[in-house]
Write a protein that binds this ligand. Structure first.
Ligand code: NAD
Length: 420
């Protein structure tokens, strides 16, 4: 087995490596391949923010627009202490393939600010959010590039950003950002859309694999937007039995199954899922290797690597997180028969409902929740089967199949536009 130290863990190198594999199968010509390996546009910004103690702290931020052949670019914004330009580039590339795989008329982008939001007050976060928009405002907009929430950003942050953008423009353009609170132009159903879309793909995977998911044991890594709604909806829509969940401080396990509302209330009260009454505390590493039917990585990148992939016992990996599995780990999971629902297919529900939000903002006409759910289900189900069929046809693992579908869709428009 390759040693961990030799495995490349730079997310952008991984994204390029994944594309290279697809380019070879699709026989993309050299110019097209090179164009799709790099972001079209990047902006790095320096953000001075007045802190509550009167000092000025200077933050670094990024916005990367990867490819806009199919439409305006779209991608979330992260606040994270370990953010790097290469992580943002990787996530922007994955957004491009994600919008293409669910066939929505958008390109891909991503943003990030290097900061630790857990150590900042609400006032400091607001000033940081507004400072970011003052800098990136010149390259975003409903017809250019549309941010959304991601790790450690939320609807309140989106609201401050939409408000700052309205000041820059002189009028409200709510469609500049998605994941807004509903009274400010948000869409019904955006809150849990990422997890709901992932659960729809898991439902379809259960059908094609002939696995009965009712009562299927499940472990979830990460307990934020994606993971906690993954718990609630996995339970509500499929009757999964969630036996383990975790967050950045550690995990909990009980073979009897965890009640979502009680775990959410415990995390709200104590700041973490750990110490939940009646459950055993476990590490994040232990959670990944549990003997369960379904594993949902819903935290950060590179958690399933060459080092632990052999120990993954789950039958299906539902990748709500972006980039949780390295290319070497992918090969190992495929060899061991683990059915991976790859990230940019599995978690595309978020951007799909964000796209619905943009459409509603453009028309100032809002859809009822059941219509959002119905249209999301149709998009996710169609995308799942397109990828599953491509995997069968090319005898490829699901991630490569998803790349084949998405890259060909982007390449087709690049050719039509005469770029390559
Ligand atoms: P979030 O900020 O709401 O939650 C992140 C969760 O991950 C928190 O519970 C945190 O404690 C946990 N976490 C952080 N570091 C961890 C670690 N080292 N080990 C275990 N847990 C850790 O973020 P989110 O929006 O739920 O995003 C989670 C993943 O889903 C990310 O990869 C993100 O890119 C992806 N995603 C999110 C959306 C969305 O709409 N929110 C859409 C598509 C993909």
């Amino acid at each position: 087995m390759p040693s961990e130290s030799k495995e490349k863990l730079n997310p952008f190198h991984i994204a390029q490596q994944q594309l290279d594999e697809a380019a070879e199968v699709l026989k993309l010509d050299a110019g097209m391949h090179e164009l799709l390996r790099w972001p079209i546009r990047e902006l790095t910004v320096t953000l001075p923010v007045k802190m509550d103690d009167g000092t000025t702290k200077v933050f670094r931020g990024f916005r990367v627009q990867y490819n806009d052949a199919r439409g305006p670019t779209k991608g979330g914004l992260r606040f994270h202490p370990d953010e790097t330009i290469d992580t943002v580039r990787a996530l922007a590339a994955w957004m491009t393939w994600k919008c293409a795989v669910v066939d929505i008329p958008l390109g891909g982008s991503k943003g990030g600010i290097i900061c630790n939001p857990k150590e900042m007050s609400q006032g400091e976060l607001e000033r940081l959010s507004r400072a970011y928009i003052r800098q990136v405002g010149r390259i975003i907009g409903l017809e250019m590039d549309v941010p959304a929430p991601d790790v450690y950003t939320n609807p309140q942050i989106m609201a401050w950003m939409a408000d700052e953008f309205a000041f820059l423009k002189g009028y409200n353009e709510f469609g500049v950002i998605t994941g807004k609170p509903i009274p400010m132009g948000g869409s019904a159903g955006r809150g849990d859309a990422t997890a709901r879309g992932g659960i729809f793909t898991l439902r379809e995977a259960g059908k094609v694999l002939g696995i009965d998911l009712k009562g299927a044991t499940t472990a979830i890594q990460g307990y934020g937007n994606a993971g906690s709604f993954g718990h609630a909806l996995g339970d509500e829509l499929l009757g999964l039995k969630i036996v383990a969940v975790s967050d950045s401080r550690g995990g909990i396990y009980t073979e009897d199954g965890l009640d979502c509302e009680k775990v959410v209330a415990h995390k709200k009260k104590t700041g973490s899922v750990i110490g939940f009454p009646g459950a055993k505390d476990i590490t994040n590493e232990e959670l990944l290797e549990l003997d369960v039917t379904v594993l949902m990585p819903a935290a950060l990148e590179n958690v399933i690597t060459a080092e632990n992939a052999e120990n993954i016992k789950a039958k299906i990996s539902v990748e709500l997180a972006n980039g949780p599995t390295t290319p070497e780990a992918d090969q190992i999971l495929h060899k061991n028969g683990v059915y991976v629902i790859p990230d940019f297919l599995c978690n595309a529900g978020g951007v799909t409902v964000s796209y619905f939000e943009m459409v509603q903002n453009a028309y100032d006409y809002y859809w009822p929740l059941d219509l959002v759910h119905e249209r999301l289900d149709a998009k996710m189900t169609a995308a799942f089967h397109t990828v599953h069929d491509a995997a069968q046809k090319h005898k490829a693992h699901n991630r490569l199949a998803a790349y084949l579908v998405a890259v060909e869709r982007v390449a087709e428009v690049v050719r039509l536009r005469g770029w390559a």
